[in-house]
Design a binder for this molecule. Structure first.
Ligand code: CA
Length: 246
C-alpha cells in the first residue's frame, strides 16, 4: 500500500487570531474554536494585534470593537489598507447594536459581525460562513456533496444526513468522515489519520483519534457497538467500508 503523505488542505488547522481585551470572552471564544478544530491565537490590545499581523497572517481575525491600544474599527481599516492583509477575513464582535451600520459600512470593510452576548454555536457558524466566502477552494476536491446509500454529506454547509435525518458533527468529526469517504477501503493507522486530518504540526495523542472515531460511530453507525462503516483493524488502525451504506 502506498501511503498518501500529501497533507490535505482541509486537514490543516485554520488559524484564528482573537483580538479582545476581556479575558473571559477571549477564553470562551478560544475554548469553542479549539473544540471545533481551529488553532487560536489571542491578543488583548489593538496595537499589539497590528504588530502580530505584521509578523504572521492568520486565516481569520475575530475583532472586538472596544479595545485598548487601538480601536477595533481603526485596526480593521488598517488591515484593509495594507496590501498583504487586504483580503484577510475579519469578523467584528460588538456589544453595541448602534455600531453595526458603521461596522458594515465601506469604511471598515469587515466581512461580518456578531453582537454580544452571542452563543458559541452562532460564533462558529459565522466564522465558517466567512471562511467559506473567503476561501471557496478550501474543500478542494471534495466540494459539493457525497451521497451513498443512507449517508449524505454536504461539504459546503458541513451538514451530514443519515437516512435523511440531520446529524450534529463537530468540525473534527466532519473532517474525519470527509477523509474516510474520500479514501474508502484503505487501512490507516492513528498516526496517519492525525497527519491527514489534524495536520502534520499537531501535538495530539494518537488515542485522540479513537475518541473521535467513537463519536463519529455514534453519529453514523446503525449500531455503534457493532460498527459496519468505520472498521477497527486490530493493531493497525481504521478502515472505512462504504459498502455497508447500501
Ligand atoms: Ca472590549
Amino acid at each position: 500500500m502506498t501511503q498518501n503523505v500529501q497533507p490535505l488542505r482541509e486537514g490543516q488547522r485554520l488559524r484564528v487570531l482573537v483580538v479582545e481585551d476581556e479575558s473571559d470572552i477571549r477564553e470562551l471564544i478560544r475554548f469553542n474554536l479549539e473544540r471545533e478544530g481551529f488553532a487560536v491565537e489571542e491578543v488583548g490590545d489593538g496595537a499589539l494585534a497590528l504588530e502580530r499581523l505584521e509578523r504572521r497572517l492568520p486565516d481569520l481575525v475575530v475583532l472586538d470593537l472596544m479595545l485598548p491600544g487601538m480601536p477595533g474599527l481603526e485596526l480593521c481599516r488598517k488591515i484593509r489598507a495594507t496590501e498583504r492583509s487586504a483580503s484577510l477575513p475579519v469578523l467584528i464582535v460588538t456589544a453595541r447594536t448602534s455600531e453595526i451600520d458603521r461596522v458594515l459600512g465601506l469604511e471598515s470593510g469587515a466581512d461580518d459581525y456578531i453582537v454580544k452576548p452571542f452563543s458559541p454555536r452562532e460564533l462558529v457558524a459565522r466564522i465558517r460562513a466567512v471562511l467559506r466566502r473567503a476561501h471557496p477552494d478550501l474543500a478542494g476536491e471534495s466540494r459539493g456533496t457525497y451521497q451513498r446509500g443512507r449517508l449524505t454529506m454536504d461539504f459546503d454547509t458541513y451538514q451530514v444526513f443519515v437516512e435523511g435525518k440531520s446529524r450534529e458533527l463537530a468540525l473534527r468529526e466532519f473532517e474525519l468522515l470527509r477523509f474516510f469517504v474520500n479514501h474508502p477501503m484503505r487501512v490507516y493507522s492513528r498516526e496517519q489519520l492525525l497527519d491527514q486530518v489534524w495536520g502534520r504540526d499537531t501535538f495530539v495523542e494518537p488515542r485522540t483519534v479513537d475518541v473521535h472515531v467513537r463519536r463519529l460511530r455514534q453519529a453514523i453507525e446503525r449500531d455503534d457497538s457493532q460498527p459496519e462503516l468505520i472498521l477497527t483493524v486490530r493493531s493497525v488502525g481504521y478502515r472505512f467500508n462504504p459498502e455497508a451504506l447500501d
